[in-house]
Design a protein around this ligand. Structure first.
Ligand code: GAP
Length: 448
């Protein structure tokens, strides 16, 4: 039935725009460089990605708690973290065509665009600055956070005291981060405003390597469990010279994006760098009192740091397929049901005046349970194709027979199998199938 074709970025960009997943920011003014807006379906998909992460990292565990720190932080935070000093890329300009590049990404010392001569590299700090309060001077400068992690470190003692957690334990948060990237592009892969899902796991020194391996495995499996093909994922250990200023060790989870293997998530062993630095710069005690040894220790930190937008892109790319069904091409997103923006669509066979009230009744019965769409426009075939293209796992059709037997047909997006179920059990049936139950016919007379 299926004939898989390769997927390039253009197809995802075009589907995203056509179906309302992702638009260019401020498009009517010509767009704003590397900023993106999530449309009605994109926002659902993105929320589902974050929900799935929050569930796996916070709700399903008793050793991790959540946090939502503010984007603007005391400027000293970024001095302590090393970002004011270190968070910079070497920038070069072409003297002929004026294009700008990151020197560390160039293979030769000439412009890759026109071959022209390049300027000497100068360090360019990636943090966005803004001004706080009415006076526009240097003292008013604050930064838009380039990572969410620092909001967690500075709150370590607050969370420790109020949650009464013992080592090892973690603090998780999702939120916006901003970087004035020099080289952008590849759609939402690298943007200037993006979202992160970060978890800082505080451990006793000496147990850090073990926890590092643990989190590598956990995070790798998270993507696989949500449908990413294993062969499109790999682990990439950082070489010593590549490590960020704070890291003792780091390993990326890479995804095979259309432009090649690229980082989806980084897992770092940050040692005691961050807590030490904040202790030094704030003058506050950032240590942990260990009841076992009756001594103070500075915890080590293992950090799985993922990008929401990169995950969205990877899930879209991995789910995209073009298939031939009964000699017709269909585009389908095989999204995991937990991620699919719309879980089910109610499709009356036609706009017949007898069918519509029944279909509306079915719709009303499902809406409160999960994202449901009602669609009675165009032919049933076109409506199926539209739902396939946006990744809706199940379509429910209401036909003339439904008027007599109060049964409806559920169609499975992936296998295209159809089953007929009583309206009364539809909600429970869909719930079970969305949770992963096999899509098979019920035994004769079987009910739920
Ligand atoms: N706290 C550690 C940290 O921020 P990072 O490797 O710089 O580490 C973590 O970023 C993740 O954030 C990346 O793996 C990526 O998914 C995402 N990310 C980083 N910069 C990004 C950008 N410009 N656009 C989109 N996502 C980005």
């Amino acid at each position: 039935m299926t004939q898989k074709t390769g997927v390039d970025m253009e197809k995802i960009v075009s589907l995203s725009k056509r179906r309302g997943f992702i638009f260019q920011s401020s498009e009517i003014y010509g767009g704003l460089g590397s900023c993106w807006d999530y449309g009605p379906l994109g926002v659902e998909l993105k929320r589902n990605v974050k929900e799935a992460w929050w569930k796996a990292m916070v709700r399903d565990r008793d050793d991790i708690v959540g946090l939502d720190a503010s984007i603007l932080m005391h400027p000293q935070t970024w001095v302590a973290s090393g970002h004011v000093q270190e968070f910079a890329d070497p920038l070069v300009d072409c003297k002929s065509c004026r294009q700008r590049f990151r020197a560390d990404e160039l293979k030769e010392n000439k412009c890759p665009n026109c071959g022209g001569e390049l300027t000497e590299p100068r360090m360019f700090n990636l943090m966005f600055k803004t001004l706080m309060g009415p006076v526009e001077d240097e003292a008013a400068v604050v930064y838009l956070r380039p990572e969410t992690a620092q909001g967690i470190f500075v709150n370590f003692q607050n969370v420790l005291a109020t949650s009464r957690k013992k080592l090892p334990f973690g603090i998780a948060q999702t939120g916006k981060a901003f970087r004035n990237e020099i080289t952008t592009g590849n759609f939402i892969f690298r943007s200037r405003e993006f979202e992160q899902m970060e978890m800082e796991f505080f451990v006793k020194p000496g147990t850090d390597r073990e926890w590092f391996s643990h989190w590598l495995e956990e995070r790798f499996n998270w993507y696989v469990n949500l449908g990413i093909k294993k062969e499109n994922l790999r682990l990439r250990q950082h070489a010593k010279k590549e490590l960020a200023h704070y890291a003792l060790d780091c390993c990326d989870i890479d995804y095979l994006f259309p432009m090649g293997w690229s980082e989806l998530e980084g897992i770092a062993n940050r040692g005691d760098f961050d807590l030490m630095q904040h202790a030094k710069h704030s003058g506050k005690d950032m240590r942990y009192f260990d009841e076992e040894t009756q001594g103070h220790i500075m915890p080590y930190i293992i950090e799985p740091s993922a990008g929401v937008d990169r995950s969205v892109l990877a899930f879209l790319l991995d789910a995209y397929d073009e298939e031939t069904v009964e000699k017709e091409k269909r585009v389908v997103l095989h999204l995991h049901p937990a991620l699919a923006p719309i879980k089910t669509a109610i499709l009356p066979l036609s706009r017949n005046e007898k069918l519509v009230p029944l279909a509306r009744e079915v719709y009303a019965g499902l809406r409160g349970a999960f994202m449901t769409q009602y669609d009675d426009s165009q032919s049933i075939g076109r409506r199926y194709r539209r739902q396939d293209e946006i990744g809706t796992p199940f379509c429910v059709t209401v036909d003339f027979q439904s008027l007599d037997d109060r049964q409806v047909t559920i169609r499975d997006r992936d296998s295209l199998k159809q089953i007929r179920v009583p309206m009364e059990t539809l909600r429970a049936t869909l719930q079970a199938k969305l949770a992963g139950e096999a899509f098979e016919l019920l035994p004769p007379g079987g009910s739920r």
